[in-house]
Each structure stands twice: as structure tokens, then as C-alpha cells.
Design a protein around this ligand. Structure first.
Ligand code: FE2
Ligand code: FE2
Length: 138
């Protein structure tokens, strides 16, 4: 294999300060890593269709929980946040298309997806986390 997997390990640096968010982000990262593994490791043992399906289901659930909190507390950055979540689905579509044509390309997109995810947590989810922390202290 001539593509290196970008291993993303959850560290405190990624903490939003909100317990359920941190918990879900860790699971989320594990799922994106499994999608990558379905291309390169344990050939045949990890089923791509199954792993991407799990990731999609988890993402839908996670994004809808963030949506609910944003609505509940009238988070001012809601629109921008939701827009970023839409980018996730564009990555998923690209990975699915590439998985049928070019595994190397699919792996590359998985790495990009991981980068997107880390950036999303560091900036947008942290912003939401800080907002929720302030709201919960009142
Ligand atoms: Fe999130
Ligand atoms: Fe988010």
C-alpha cells in the first residue's frame, strides 16, 4: 500500500468541555478510522459497506444531537455549524464513489475526512461547547 493512513488519536486538545460531545467524538473518530481500514487492513475482514453505514448512522445521530442543543439554547452560530456538517456528507459521497473505482483515492479522501473532522472539533464544536458550558452555569 502506498498511502499512509493519517492516524488521529483523540487527545485533551480536542475536548470541547462537554462530556457527551467528547464521548461521541471519540466514537466518531474510531468509525472514520475503520472506514480507512476497510480499504487497507484485514483485507476482506472489515466490510466497507457495513463500516460506512455505521459511520453514516453515527454521524446523523451526532449531528442531530448538536442541532437539538443549538436550537434549545438558540446558539448564534447554528447556520455556520450546520453548513460544516453538510461538508461531511460530501466527503461520504466522494468516498463511496471512489471506493468503486480507486481504493487509493478513497483512502486519500478518508484522510481528508479525518482532517476535516479534527478542524471541525477544534473550531466549531469547541465554540458550541464553550457556549453550552456558559449556558449550563446560569
Ligand atoms: Fe461534533
Ligand atoms: Fe459539529
Amino acid at each position: 500500500m502506498d498511502l499512509e493512513k493519517k492516524v488521529i488519536v483523540w487527545t485533551e486538545e480536542l475536548s470541547t468541555g462537554i462530556e457527551w460531545q467528547d464521548f461521541q467524538h471519540k466514537e466518531f473518530l474510531e468509525l472514520t478510522n475503520s472506514v480507512f481500514d476497510s480499504f487497507y487492513e484485514n483485507k476482506g475482514k472489515i466490510d466497507f459497506e457495513k463500516t460506512i453505514d455505521e459511520l453514516e448512522r453515527y454521524a446523523k445521530q451526532h449531528f442531530s444531537i448538536e442541532d437539538r442543543y443549538m436550537a434549545l439554547f438558540e446558539f448564534p452560530g447554528t447556520k455556520d455549524h450546520q453548513k460544516q456538517h453538510e461538508e461531511f456528507w460530501a466527503f461520504i459521497e466522494d468516498i463511496k464513489i471512489a471506493s468503486k473505482r480507486n481504493i487509493l483515492e478513497a483512502g486519500r479522501i478518508c484522510n481528508k475526512l479525518n482532517n476535516w473532522f479534527v478542524d471541525h472539533i477544534k473550531v466549531v464544536d469547541k465554540k458550541l461547547g464553550r457556549f453550552l458550558q456558559v449556558k449550563s452555569q446560569r
